[in-house]
Each structure stands twice: as C-alpha cells, then as structure tokens.
Write a protein that binds this ligand. Structure first.
Ligand SMILES: Nc1ncnc2c1ncn2[C@@H]1O[C@H](COP(=O)(O)OP(=O)(O)OP(=O)(O)O)[C@@H](O)[C@H]1O
Ligand SMILES: [Mg+2]
Length: 314
C-alpha cells in the first residue's frame, strides 16, 4: 500500500481520488497527484479552482472527505503531525510580524519548531537567501521580493524534505521572480521536492512537470511539452495589418474557439483543424497577410481547458 512505502526512492507525493467539500460545494473533486522526489511540480489553475485546498489536504491541514495517499511516505489521514514536521509550507498570504526584523522573525519560527542551535540555523537561512545584510530590517518595510525571500527562508529553516509553495511570487517583479526560481532550482538540486502553485506561464515552464486544475477537477498533467501536445488544440498565427478587424470577424465562427491579438500577431485556435482552416479561408489568399501553423502556447492551452471546464461546470 502507498502509505507504507518508504520515503527513500518512492514518490514524495502520491494521492488518489481526493475529494473536499465545503458545505454543498465540492471544491476538490477526485484529484490524484504523484510527484517524484526531487521534482519541481507546478500547480496551475484559475482563481478558486482548488489549488490552496489541495495543498492543505496534502500536508494534513485539512482532512479529505474521500481519497487517500501519502506524503513523504506518510499517510495523509493518519500521520499528518509527522508530515507537517517534514514539510515547509509557504502560505499564499505573507504572514510575518511586520514590526520584527528579518532575523527576529526567523528566530521566532525556529523557536516554534523547537529547533536546537537556533542562532546557527537562522544564520544559515539568512546566508542562503542573501538576507544577511538586511537581517535587522523590519519585515514590514521589505519590498515584495524580499518578503518572499524571508518567507522562503522561514520555510526551509527546519530542514524540510518537501516544500509546498502557494503562489510564492504573486505580485513580485520579474527579476525578483527569476531569482526566487533560481533558488527553488538550487533547493531541488539539493534533493528537496517542490510543489508550487502559480498563475505565471513563465514559471510553469521552469517546472519539471505541471498539473492544471479547474473548478476542482484536474484537467491535465505532464511536462509542458506533453500538456501542449495532448491538448488537442491547433493554432494558426496570422501576421499582417488590420488584425483587430480580422479577430472580430473570426470570433464565434465554427471551428474558432479562441482568438487573441498579440501586437502584430493573431493566435487563432480550435480543436478541429479542418474547420479552423475553413474559418480562416477568406483571408488565406491575401498578399498582405501571412497565415502559418504554430504550436499553441501554454496559455492558449490553459484558456482552452478553462473554457471546457466552465462548460462542464454545473
Ligand atoms: N474554508 C473554506 N470554507 C468554505 N469555502 C472555502 C474554504 N476554503 C476555500 N473555499 C472555497 O473553495 C474554492 C477553492 O478555493 P481555493 O482557495 O482552494 O482555490 P485556489 O485555486 O487556491 O484559488 P486562488 O488562485 O484564488 O488562490 C473556492 O470557491 C473557495 O471560495
Ligand atoms: Mg489559492
């Protein structure tokens, strides 16, 4: 049985058929996830689709209404206390004492975990995340990027094997996000497993594998290339002038599921290649336009999946 599997060599997360209801609403519906040890696993999906709830089920903060499985080889229903000791959970909201310094916040977290050798551990975490020079700065005065570093430092202080990061870079500028992700990759290189939720496509592309959840249902998972290839979506790139007019004319035509203008390019997508090309046929011969087949982007695929799940959503 999964729950008895040894953590060494086995998957870090292996859960099946998870269901969570709040009142009459099913917010996590039959979700199964397997994350290999050392992997960076991205968790994507629209607002309110169940990412945070799933993360809380994985680390034993919530009990599923149905389903079972293991986290770090421990049963998510029966061994949640042991799971919490080995997991670093970065919540979606910044939750530190704004009138304490960086070092004081970390020291407080170290006390909470009852860690021996606190001073040393805090020093190590500060160094690791480049926070040493700012150790006396008040948490409330930090910019978004530095706050996230502090949160990550607090997460790794007790030496967890698994990090659950819930939208760790929301509202953080591109450079700080990139540095944060470099650090995630370094941590994974040291053997940590990371499950990270995000709304950013560039971050999805930095994960080894991703999963997309919409309204409680896991719609797809795999590497980015697999997710794109298995989407069944076809995309045509239209380049030239007057794209806005063409976009309006294409909206709602049979075979056209999505039209998106990107500056001087138009992405037109649908699941039926023949119909898609028939919809574009009126513009096909135009000398000032170029229509070519292209691979859908991850964003195209996610919007397609979201449309599909909204259709199914009762
Ligand atoms: N404690 C709760 N009681 C009742 N409903 C809840 C509770 N927690 C979450 N929900 C609902 O469950 C659904 C899923 O919420 P969840 O926070 O898991 O989504 P999410 O994917 O993390 O969204 P976001 O991208 O906005 O963070 C939402 O409709 C939310 O309102
Ligand atoms: Mg959330």
């Amino acid at each position: 049985m999964t729950a008895e599997r040894s953590p060494a060599g086995g998957p870090a997360i292996d859960v099946h058929g998870l269901v969570k209801r709040f009142g009459s609403k099913t917010v996590v519906d039959n979700v199964s996830i397997r994350v290999e040890t050392g992997e960076i696993y991205g968790f994507l999906g629209p607002n309110g689709s169940g990412k945070t709830t799933t993360i809380r089920l994985l680390c034993g903060l919530l009990t599923p209404d149905a389903g079972e499985g293991s986290c770090l080889g421990l049963d998510i229903r029966r061994q949640s206390a042991a799971i919490k000791r080995q997991v670093g959970y970065m919540t979606q909201k910044f939750s530190f004492w704004e009138d304490l310094s960086i070092a004081e916040n970390l020291d407080f977290v170290a006390r909470m975990y009852g860690l021996p050798d606190r001073r040393h551990r805090v020093g190590e975490a500060l160094d690791r995340l480049g926070l040493s020079n700012r150790r006396t700065q008040l948490a409330g005065e930090l910019s978004g990027g530095w706050k996230q570093r502090l949160a990550l430092a607090a997460c790794i202080l007790h030496g967890p094997k698994l990090l659950l990061l819930d939208e760790p870079t929301a509202g953080v500028d591109p450079k700080a996000r990139r540095e944060f992700w470099d650090e995630i990759h370094r941590l994974a290189g040291d053997g940590l497993t990371v499950l990270v939720s995000t709304h950013y496509m560039d971050e999805a592309e930095r994960c080894h594998r991703i999963a997309y959840i919409a309204y409680g249902t896991l719609m797809t998972h795999g590497t980015v290339d697999q997710v794109i290839a298995e989407s069944g979506l076809h995309t045509r790139l239209v380049a030239g002038d007057g794209l806005h007019r063409i976009a309006t004319a294409l909206e709602g035509r049979p075979g056209v599921e999505m039209v998106a203008v990107f500056g001087s390019r138009l992405h037109v997508s649908g699941t039926d290649e023949g119909e898609l090309d028939r919809a574009l046929a009126p513009w096909a011969g135009q000398a000032d336009l170029r229509i070519t087949a292209t691979e859908p982007t991850l964003e195209d695929v996610f919007i397609h999946l979201m449309n599909r799940s909204t259709d199914n959503f009762r």
